[in-house]
Design a protein around this ligand. Sequence first.
Ligand code: ATR
Length: 266
Amino acid sequence: MNRVFEWQDAPEAEFAVIGDPVSHSLSPKMHLAAYASLGLPFRYVAIQVAPGDVRASLELLKKRGYWGVNVTVPHKEEALGWPTEVEPLALHVRAANTLDLRSGACINTDAPGFMETLAPLKVPRKDALVLGAGGSARALVYALVEAGWQVRIFNRTHEKAEAMAEEIGGRAVSVAAPENAGLILNTTSASLSGSDLPIAWAETAPDAIAYDLMYAKEPTPFLRTAAAHGLRTVDGRPLLAAQGALSFEWWLSRPAPRQVMLEALG
Ligand code: ATR
């Protein structure tokens, strides 16, 4: 658990993550491990910001001398309202997770970070079944489609999957049937409520990879069920490390210690 500061009480530091809630974020631990390994004197803190306060909080952090801010749930869209320069990808997927307060620019490192995590997995087919059509799904579906993947989108509320497919790409499906998929990607928060996703596991190709954006000490229910069906599984840690490394590199113009950052996540 992080020590969390209300944004009005933000301490002196160079970097921060803002979110609501933010106490469970592993970003401070990960970035501090990176700084320590390179002998960099930077501070990285967790700051609580309520919806509606994103702009005011960023202005205050800028005044207090912060260099960079990571943005987590639920502020990635609201954060677009502040910077002066939004990169086209962040604008298109309506989500910025990395801001440079010195220049007023923002980018999305979730999409490229996610693609980085796929490379070592050697996914057998560029064919994904994506579960969920919320804010997290948008950037990743966009990245997959751009990289030439076939993408099926299944969502509890089907109309949202259709709207996302129309806007971002991919194809909305009304049953979560994973035949032929090389990747089954869970972007939903179903595991938070302990609910099961209606996936036809018996139809999954045995070489498919189950990937959950969530992570916890124990495997999520989605990954537990996938493993029980013999699939390879990946949780959200590699993505957290990859997006964090890209943020680090954008802010500091030097290579991030990726292995250190991944190991800091436990
Ligand atoms: P995020 O920014 O994390 O993606 P979000 O935009 O609130 O959060 O989206 C949450 C996603 O998880 C949605 O796709 C949601 O489905 P609905 O559009 O039907 O609400 C999905 N989700 C949340 N709880 C779920 C559950 N218990 N079962 C299935 N899907 C769930």
